[in-house]
Design a binder for this molecule. Structure first.
Ligand code: PEP
Ligand code: MG
Length: 540
């Protein structure tokens, strides 16, 4: 048994195929002056050919894995066509070097530049750059590689690493599993494997040497275990497990379009939490019809400046149109573990107890108003709720509501007609808010309980610190009492109350939460079908 990191769930059992791309030898050849022009043309032709190949792959990925994954290939086309890169290559050729060498020099330098950036997403770009380069250079050298799309039969693919374009050519009916020596959960290869539904394990150094072609390999993409030539007894138990997993998966998938109702017919609202626009497709895939928490801070992160009102408006509109039933948009929650490099935030000793979420946005009114304008404008396209995070005092809630009304009035004087009602709610994630929920309930249309923070603040246990993880107890009586209090306060005032913390997505707690009287459970899309399955088994 070899232990790696499971990056794409499922169990694959098949004979190994070792996929080893030999690195081409690229030597510098000094060109005669008259050969320069021919070599430049050769480069341009190869560039066009590589583009055609990438367009083909992109088309395939678009069909099998969707737009976001196809963008990974699109990025390679952009690198290939980047005029700065092409000019540099042509310059080297003009200096008398052959095209393959020139391309390799320039592309490798670019890749290294990406690799040295401190941001993981940018480092991943180095992989895409080199992947594009390999294709281009192979064409220049007239080199043919093993074509992964031509794999026949059921195999487990073993490789040092797979590039995104390699992975994109695989299909689930031919490849039972993937094992690589390097890689991470967030690498594009892992992301593609997940969206293709192929079980994958990465991070087993030396596996290319340890496994021979034809060895029987079991890949467990959940546990990260890889078994090579297991004995008959073990093999049988893996096959049983594979059957069970496949059966469970089928059962879950059969629930996509079924209603979330308890065994005795009580409907339960199940919603999804999203952060990025790409989550829309993923949430739709599991049959989600409403969003209980849109974490807008992700629109503000991984960039160098604030997103404009227009940009935010377009993003919110896209989500609102995708989920006509209801979308709850949470205003910016920055601070704690989330920082914006372009917002000068003072260093704090206890950032989770510091200037976070509503505390920050109320202090940065210009920024806050831009977001509120964008949300209100988007509300014209569907059913929108706004909620404020981290409320602890009535003053905060009233200040936020006042600002919202100001913004509404401004928009109306500008001629923007806002006819759709917008529900205004707040998150209950401080013990202060939970204990005074009866007072807050008179001022809002709904509550959404953020247990990730509510537990952290109630138990005085940092949600990021694994040393105190044992204190992170969703069913501690203190938490249960707070939840009871909040639900009772909401219902006494005639408003609805949902939960959007991680706890809402734990099927083992579904019955507990429904019995407490929560009106909506909002969770990561990966939990939706499991919770729905649970709901359908419960009698309330
Ligand atoms: C929560 O605190 O439970 C919550 C949903 O908000 P976040 O996880 O974004 O802090
Ligand atoms: Mg929170």
């Amino acid at each position: 048994m070899l232990q790696g990191i499971g990056v794409s769930p499922g169990l694959g059992i098949a004979q190994a195929v070792i996929y080893q791309q030999k690195k081409p030898v690229i030597s510098a050849v000094k060109l005669e002056a008259e050969a320069v022009e021919t070599e430049i043309n050769k480069f341009k032709q190869a560039q066009a050919e590589a583009k055609q190949e990438l367009l083909q792959i992109k088309k395939k990925v678009l069909q099998t894995a969707g737009k976001e994954k196809a963008d990974i290939i699109e990025a390679q086309i952009m690198f290939l066509e980047d005029p700065a890169v092409a000019d540099e290559i042509i310059n080297l050729i003009k200096n008398g070097y052959n095209s393959a060498y020139s391309a390799n020099q320039v592309i490798e330098a670019q890749a290294q530049m990406f690799e040295n950036l401190p941001v993981p997403e940018m480092q991943e770009r180095a992989v895409d750059m080199r992947d594009m380069g390999r294709r281009l250079i192979n064409i220049l050298l007239g080199r043919k590689e093993v074509n992964l799309s031509e794999i026949t039969g059921d195999v487990v693919l073993i490789a040092h690493d797979l590039t995104p374009s390699d992975t994109a050519q695989l299909s689930k009916d031919k490849v039972a599993g993937i094992v690589t020596e390097v890689g991470s959960r967030t690498s594009h290869t892992a992301i593609l494997a997940r969206s293709l539904g192929i079980p994958a394990v990465v991070g087993i150094p030396g596996i290319v040497e340890q496994v021979g072609p034809g060895d029987l390999v079991v890949v467990d993409g959940n546990s990260g275990e890889v078994h090579v030539n297991p004995d008959q007894l073990k093999l049988n138990s893996f096959k049983k497990k594979r059957e069970k997993l496949a059966f469970e998966q089928k059962e879950l998938e059969s629930l996509v379009n079924k209603e979330a109702v308890t065994a005795n017919g009580i409907p339960v609202r199940i919603a999804a939490n999203i952060g990025k626009l790409s989550d829309i497709i993923e949430a739709k895939k599991v049959g989600v019809r409403e969003i209980g928490l849109f974490r807008t801070e992700f629109l503000y992160m991984d960039r160098n400046s604030l997103p404009s009102e227009e940009e935010q408006y377009r993003a919110y509109k896209q989500v609102v149109e995708a989920f006509p039933e209801r979308v709850i948009i949470r205003t910016l929650d920055i601070g704690g573990d989330k920082e914006l490099p372009y917002l000068k935030q003072a260093k704090e000793l206890n950032p989770f107890l510091g200037k976070r979420a509503i505390r920050l946005t109320l202090a940065e009114k210009d920024l806050f108003k831009i977001q509120l304008r964008a949300i209100l404008r988007a509300s014209r396209h569907g059913n929108v709720g706004i909620m404020f995070p981290m409320i602890a005092t009535m003053d905060e809630l009233l200040a936020a509501k006042k600002l919202l009304e100001e913004v509404r009035a401004e928009l109306e004087t500008e001629g923007v007609v806002l006819t759709n009602p917008v529900e205004v709610g707040m998150m209950i994630e401080t013990p202060a808010a939970a204990l005074t929920a009866d007072l807050f309930a008179k001022e809002v249309d709904f509550f959404s309980i953020g247990t990730n923070d509510l537990i952290q603040y109630t138990m005085a246990a940092d949600r990021m610190n694994e040393q105190v993880a044992y204190l992170y107890q969703p069913t501690h009586p203190a938490i249960t009492r707070l939840l009871e209090k909040v639900v009772q306060a909401a219902h006494a005032a005639g408003i609805w109350v949902g939960m959007c913390g991680e706890m809402a997505g734990n099927p083992q707690l579904t019955e507990h939460l429904l019995k407490l009287g929560l009106d909506e459970l909002s969770m990561t899309r990966g939990a939706v079908l499991k919770v729905k399955q649970k709901v359908r088994q419960i009698t309330l």
